[in-house]
Design a protein around this ligand. Sequence first.
Ligand SMILES: [Fe+2]
Ligand SMILES: [Fe+2]
Length: 444
Amino acid sequence: MRYGPVLAALVALILAGCAASGGRFEPSAELRELRAVRCDYPAARFAVFSDPHLYPRSLGTTGPAFQDYLARDRKLLVESEALLDAAVEEIGALDVDFVLVCGDLTKDGERVGHQLAAEKLQRLVDAGKPVFVVPGNHDIANAEALRYQGRHSFPVPTVSGSEFAEIYASFGYAAALERDPDSLSYLAEPVPGLWLLALDSCRWREQGERGDPITDGTIYPATRDWMETVLIRAKRQGKAVIAALHHGIVEHYPHNEKFYGQYLVDDFGYLGDMLSAHGVRMVFTGHFHAQDVTARTFADPRRTLYDIETGSTVTAPCPYRVVTIGPRQQARIRSRFITDIEGHGRDFGALAADNVYRGTIRLADGALAKYKVPAVDWRQLSPQIARAYVTHLAGDEKRPALVLQAADVGWWTRLVMWSQKDLVEGWYTDLPPADNDLCIDLIQ
Ligand SMILES: [Fe+2]
Ligand SMILES: [Fe+2]
């Protein structure tokens, strides 16, 4: 075995945590002047779901090409239509003022997928529940928009940024109080007195008309300026603000930035500082498909920002959340899980959990093979890695006594285990507060 390139890859992986979380936000003179202004949250109740990754079955769900793709993926794509139907039906029956969807509406930005998603979301609007979407990294100008037939896959039309806003006109863009001219971000007022800052954190502009999707997220400088202008106006008009974006804005586990930095928005420290300095307490996110709430407290003045990440409807435990803001300036968050979909009996929850567990074992095998770990060692390590990941996705993680152990393995496998120990431990570490059912104090 030639260890040179493998060692170099390992060192690069270990050092990958050097990406910046951004500097400190400097409040403008205008903000300093408005600092004492408190904007109370009005009573509101809303549902949140994320990453429905809709894949129309008409694009092909049989044959070796599709099966090959599924083997490299962990999403319940074949069931994605039934899962979105179930989410729409369950949320439609709730007494909520509006619904937030935190991006990755489609498998890979297929135009027919977006059109079908819009058709299904329309049922919520028709039931008097306005829907607000933000784009995810899979949704726009994506070269991986494909249909599958037999042994082959074929490109299908994707959407441009403007087409995305057209298709989702009824889900935020048409009724926006204001749209950012430089991105697909917008401002809405779903409940009188409550502003929703719906942010486009995706880098689809850099992918060209049809390019490789970029997983990482950013908020470009022009959009940051627009955000600040809107946030100052919110203070002047006495509006309380919540925000939504696809990428995380607070680390969700220790070493999140080091191992999976592309799941956090660039300069997340700076952006979190900026939002919380303007009075934003809750940011709703998706992307990593985990049920995870984390908080970051900034100083001078002291304030806390909560990143409420909602898991994916196509990944166990197939969750959605209901948020109730009460008169005492507290937000109560409850999570529900889709356990019953058309075409499946009561075994669906177990099938969904098994799908992500087995899918993660396959991906872990592939990653260990890349690091030249002998195949005989994968059988010990991959199930442990998969258990940690699945535990993190469900939220409210409990750390077992031993996180990653192996018997009779060589020094190279031990070195790889050592380099990945922080990641596996991180997935088992539940940073406060609770993830599924919790109460957030909005006055701090
Ligand atoms: Fe996703
Ligand atoms: Fe994503």
